[in-house]
Design a protein around this ligand. Structure first.
Ligand code: NAD
Length: 349
């Protein structure tokens, strides 16, 4: 695979480290043909950090014209996803695109249309789909380890001074108050569409699509234009209700908390603090039994790239989750926004 990376910021580094692991452990044949970033400083920083010997471009079109590659990893701000993905498909590239597919639904539908006519692999990098803890909970739910699901609870908490995924730490040249994710035009929303989406996907894997929501938003982060507090009741297709809470602050020190808890008729499944490990509570194990050792959120990136790589290499193979499926997180976030605005339940098609 000859890969171009478009957007060489924080999450691109996490992807690259996963790719490096696959090259080392599984002998995957991936070379980086181009590093593309409108900020040359960021691209150089990325190049030096990972010691990658490939050309840097500040314009995607120049990379398309000057170097050979078959696949693109897009890790740019949400409002650039449409142009970068469509130009990739028009030039016959396979695309691994960071979530959300775009900053709004129209843009996402345009991308999908181009992906279909290109016939190339199109995968949304919703890495929670590949999070070992999430998949373990899914399997145990299928085995009725806690009986029938009664309810699910997800809590996403972050502060912008934390170093989780390095995601909000400043890169050279960054100014926090000008950061794209705080600008609603660029990001398309707030914490729900951004980090919160990774907490909504697991609930959809376990309970089905979100059919209805009632939400209340708040704005505790002074720099963020979109909501930085998102609290919602979600109703799922499988007739289960759940609670989602997402919060982003500047400096709050949050107490350790389990990010997910699924309650059933005969027990509970809990993903541990920091997203590590799964514990089962039921009559047999009233004190809890650790049923999956710690893997964690970041380990999902390796499984995610593995799926993309196999799809590119194997004609006809489809990603574990279709790109269309990721519209579910976008629709849920936009429905929550509308619910907050109109003060009522919103149904999701
Ligand atoms: N999966 C996850 O856990 C996770 C975590 C963080 C971010 N993300 C997603 O990854 C994407 C990038 O987020 P990030 O946190 O890495 O952002 P970032 O700000 O750290 O990096 C974005 C990079 O894109 C560059 N850029 C801006 N416009 C560009 C363009 N038109 N072409 C090429 N490069 C451009 C910027 O200069 C910057 O270097 C977003 O879609 C975001 O939602 C996912």
């Amino acid at each position: 695979m000859k890969l171009a990376i478009a957007g060489c910021g924080r999450i691109a580094s996490v992807h690259y480290e996963a790719i490096e692991q696959l090259i080392q452990d599984k002998n995957y044949n991936v070379s980086i043909s181009a590093l593309i970033d409108i900020s040359e400083i960021n691209a150089k920083h990325f190049q030096q950090k990972h010691q990658i010997d490939s050309k840097i471009f500040t314009d995607f079109e120049d990379a398309l014209n000057q170097v050979e590659f078959d696949s693109v990893l897009i890790c740019a701000p949400h409002d650039f996803h449409e142009t970068l993905a469509i130009r990739s498909f028009e030039n016959g590239k396979h695309v691994l695109l960071e979530k959300p597919m775009a900053h709004d639904l129209n843009s996402a539908l345009k991308i999908l249309k181009h992906s279909k006519s290109s016939g190339k692999v199109f995968m949304i990098a919703e890495n929670s789909q590949y999070w070992p803890e999430v998949n373990c909970v899914h399997d145990l739910l299928q085995e009725k380890a806690i009986g029938e699901i009664i309810t699910v609870r997800a809590s996403f908490r972050q502060n912008t001074s934390s170093d989780i995924f390095d995601s909000y730490n400043l890169l050279p040249g960054d100014q926090l108050d000008k950061a794209w994710r705080f600008d609603k035009k660029s990001s398309g929303g707030g914490i729900t569409l951004d980090g919160g989406a990774h907490w909504i996907r697991p609930m959809r894997i376990w309970c089905g699509n979100v059919s209805k929501t009632m939400a209340k938003f708040g704005y505790p982060h002074p720099a963020m234009e979109g909501e930085s507090l998102s609290q919602a009741i979600l109703e799922f297709d499988q007739n289960v209700t759940g609670i989602f809470e997402g919060i982003l602050t500047e400096v709050t020190n949050f107490s350790p908390e389990t990010p997910f808890r699924v309650t059933g008729t005969s027990g509970e499944l809990v993903i541990g603090v920091g997203g590590f490990g799964v514990t089962l509570f039921n009559q047999e194990f009233p004190e809890g039994k650790k049923v999956l050792e710690d893997h964690g959120y970041i380990s999902s990136f390796r499984h995610q790239f593995d799926d993309f790589y196999q799809c590119v290499k194997t004609p006809g193979r489809q990603p574990v989750a279709s790109a269309e499926f990721s519209l579910g997180e976008m629709k849920t976030a936009f429905a929550m926004e509308r619910s907050d605005r109109e003060g009522r339940w919103i149904e999701i098609e």
